[in-house]
Design a protein around this ligand. Structure first.
Ligand code: FES
Length: 334
């Protein structure tokens, strides 16, 4: 166990790696008032402001390339949490990095199916080329390498991702060439999904923000063909055989009546209004209270921004997203 530098609350290491968070380098970009404004925008998207911690940690990584001690303090201060609480979250998920990440993050799946089909050989070859091991960065700062558990693309095994974009059905030679191209400053097109950016760019996307002010460019940055033949083949076979997924327990049939939203109790409020009142009243911190109040049904929408434009997760996803043929690299159609 090791303490987060600057965290007097104590130790907070729960992930696979107990190495200490790396202190900030003198030339590390600082978190500015603009980043604080963006963090507050993220907080306002949730009934409980602290629910924004995960995207806020991605925001920190988009600026500094890892969750720095400054980033831990930044999130803790805005959310009214202790640094230990923020550190406990940041060290639990492997997508949050403790050391500055290279320009690109290369993840090689070495889990069962990929390993059987050559994933470990790919990892070993790329590791030798870069001269680094797991969670280490090449001396030129171009690539951080990691071995990954199942990347949820077993039908395309062996799989490599770069900045979480998929490069399917790799072999040793193709993966070595992919990494060599990244080191030359090239951005080879992923097999599926959005165009490749870099680790800081994709961190901003994961925060639910965009690198692009232009709406069309913002949409293009997260959209791309998301299905491939191996997945479609399974869907076709199921259709040919008349196979369907079993119903989920507790699922409502399609013709179930709409829930009652008429005023209930003696207050004359709808259940949604009562729930929102409770959320505001039970908020632990002023920030949480502000977030809950912002999502109260009685709170007017900010000018120029309508609910339908927000997207399901508050991302750049446009209102047309979710129609056939418009899946993103995160939300894939089959
Ligand atoms: S085992 Fe590699 S993607 Fe599932």
């Amino acid at each position: 166990m090791s303490a987060l530098p600057g965290s007097f609350e104590g130790t907070a290491v729960t992930g696979l790696d107990s190495s200490p968070v790396e202190p900030a380098a003198p030339d590390l970009p600082r978190l500015t008032a603009q980043h604080e404004a963006e963090a507050r925008e993220l907080m306002a998207r949730y009934p409980q402001a602290r629910s924004a911690l995960l995207p806020m940690l991605h925001l920190v990584q988009s600026v500094q390339g890892y969750v720095s001690p400054e980033g831990v303090g930044f999130c803790a201060r805005l959310l009214g949490l202790t640094k230990a609480e923020v550190g406990a979250v940041a060290t639990f998920y492997t997508m949050y990095k403790r050391h500055p990440t290279g320009r690109h993050l290369v993840s090689v799946c070495t889990n069962t199916l990929c390993a059987v089909l050559g994933g470990q050989r790919i990892y070993d070859a790329v590791s030798a080329d870069l001269g680094v091991g797991h969670d280490q960065t090449a001396a030129d700062g171009s690539v951080t390498l990691e071995h990954a558990e199942c990347l949820a693309a077993c039908d395309y095994a062996p799989v490599v991702t770069v900045d979480y974009e998929f490069y399917d059905q790799q072999d040793v030679d193709s993966a070595r060439e992919l990494v060599a191209a990244l080191r030359r400053g090239e951005k080879p097109a992923p097999t599926r999904g959005a165009a490749l950016t870099d680790f800081r760019g994709v961190s901003r996307q994961l925060a639910g923000l965009s690198q692009h002010a232009d709406p069309a460019a913002a949409q293009a940055a997260v959209d791309g063909p998301s299905t491939g033949e191996p997945t479609l083949r399974g869907v076709r076979l199921a259709a040919e055989r008349g196979e369907t997924a079993p119903p989920m327990s507790g699922a409502q049939p399609d013709d179930a009546p709409e829930p009652d939203v008429t005023p209930a109790g003696t207050t004359g409020e709808t259940p949604a209004q009562q729930a929102a009142d409770t959320a505001v009243a039970s908020a632990d911190t002023p920030a949480e209270r502000a977030g809950a109040a912002q999502h109260h049904p009685d709170t007017p929408e900010p000018a120029g921004r309508q609910p339908a434009e927000r997207g399901a997760e508050g991302t750049d996803r446009p209102a047309t997203q979710g129609q056939a043929g418009s899946g993103t690299s995160v939300e894939r159609e089959v």
